[in-house]
Design a protein around this ligand. Structure first.
Ligand SMILES: [Fe+2]
Length: 282
C-alpha cells in the first residue's frame, strides 16, 4: 500500500484525482444529509473519506500504470532506434559510437539552450538518426582515405534527403520535427549549407544543435580520411565558424557546456594525436 501510495504521488494529476475523489464523496455525503434533513456528525465523513480515498487510489493507480506503460514503450522505441544507429556506426571502426556521442552533446546543448520537454525528446531521436541516410552510401565512398571526386561528394550530400525518405514525411508534428532535423543538419547559418541553403533561424533549431554536436565529434574523432583535433582546438574551430557555419548563440552555449561538470574531463585530457585536418569529407 505504501509503495502504491508513493507511485500515486509521483505525478501531480494523480494527486489531484485522489483529492478530487475524497472531496466528491464528502460532497455527496453532505448533500445526502441535507436531502433527508439529518445532521451528520463530523465522524460521519470518515467513511466517505475512506471510500473516496480508495476510489481515488484505484483511478490514480490506473493512470500511473498507463503512464508508465507509455514511458516504457517510448524507451523501447528509442532503444530500437539506437540499435539502428549503432548498426550504421559499426560499418566503420572510426565512426563507432558517433551517433551516441552526438546525442550526448546535442542533449546537453539542448538543455543549456532551454528547449522544452517535447523538443528534447525529439532532439534525442533526431540526433540518434541524423546520419541514417548514409545507410545507402557504399563503404568504399564513406571510408575513402583520398579526396572524394565531385560525383562522390554529391552522393554523400544526398544523405540528409535519403534520411528524410527513410523516416518519412509525416503529418505528425513530432515526427516532422525529427525529419526536419535529419534533413537540415548540414545547413549552414550563412546559407552555404545543403540540401536547401537555409539561413539563420530558418534552419530548425534541432538541426542547428545537431550540426554543432556533429562537427565537434567529427573533429575530435579519428577518421580514415584525417586525424583528430584536440577538444580545445575543435572548440576554437567551432567558435571561429560561429555566425558563418554555426548559430552564434548556440556555439557559445556549447563551449560553456563543454566547460561544465559533465564534459570538463574531455577538455582537461588533451590528446597527443593532434594534427591538422587532411582531407575533410563534406
Ligand atoms: Fe550528416
Amino acid at each position: 500500500m505504501f509503495i502504491i501510495s508513493l507511485s500515486v504521488f509521483r505525478y501531480p494529476m494523480t494527486y489531484l484525482t485522489l483529492v478530487g475523489s475524497v472531496l466528491a464523496m464528502n460532497l455527496l455525503a453532505y448533500l445526502q444529509s441535507n436531502l433527508i434533513e439529518v445532521t451528520r456528525p463530523l465522524s460521519g465523513y470518515i467513511l466517505p473519506t475512506i471510500i473516496g480515498g480508495v476510489i481515488g487510489m484505484l483511478l490514480s493507480s490506473n493512470r500511473v500504470s498507463c503512464r508508465e506503460k507509455r514511458e516504457e514503450q517510448k524507451r523501447l522505441f528509442i532503444d530500437i532506434v539506437q540499435s539502428l544507429s549503432i548498426a550504421l556506426d559499426e560499418r566503420d571502426a572510426y565512426t563507432y559510437g558517433h551517433s551516441s556521442r552526438v546525442t550526448d552533446f546535442s542533449m546537453a546543448l539542448g538543455k543549456r539552450a532551454g528547449l522544452g520537454k517535447l523538443e528534447l525528446e525529439m532532439l534525442e531521436l533526431g540526433s540518434i538518426l541524423h546520419d541514417i541516410g548514409k545507410i545507402g552510401i557504399p563503404d568504399t565512398i564513406l571510408n575513402k582515405p583520398e579526396a572524394l571526386n565531385s560525383e562522390e561528394i554529391e552522393m554523400i550530400r544526398q544523405h540528409p534527403i535519403k534520411g528524410e525518405r527513410i523516416i518519412g514525411l509525416s503529418n505528425n508534428n513530432k515526427i516532422q520535427m525529427i525529419v526536419d532535423c535529419i534533413r537540415s543538419h548540414h545547413e549552414r547559418y550563412d546559407g552555404s549549407g545543403y540540401p536547401d541553403g537555409l539561413t539563420g533561424t530558418d534552419i530548425p533549431v534541432l538541426a542547428r544543435i545537431v550540426a554543432i554536436a556533429d562537427a565537434f565529434d567529427t573533429m575530435t574523432s579519428r577518421r580514415v580520411y584525417r586525424v583528430k583535433l584536440t577538444p580545445q582546438d575543435a572548440v576554437a574551430e567551432l567558435l571561429s565558424c560561429s555566425g558563418s557555419q554555426f548559430d552564434p548563440q548556440l556555439t557559445r552555449q556549447f563551449s560553456e557546456v563543454l566547460r561544465g561538470e559533465e564534459f570538463k574531463m574531455l577538455l582537461e585530457n588533451e590528446s597527443p594525436e593532434c594534427e591538422p585536418l587532411l582531407v575533410p569529407h563534406p
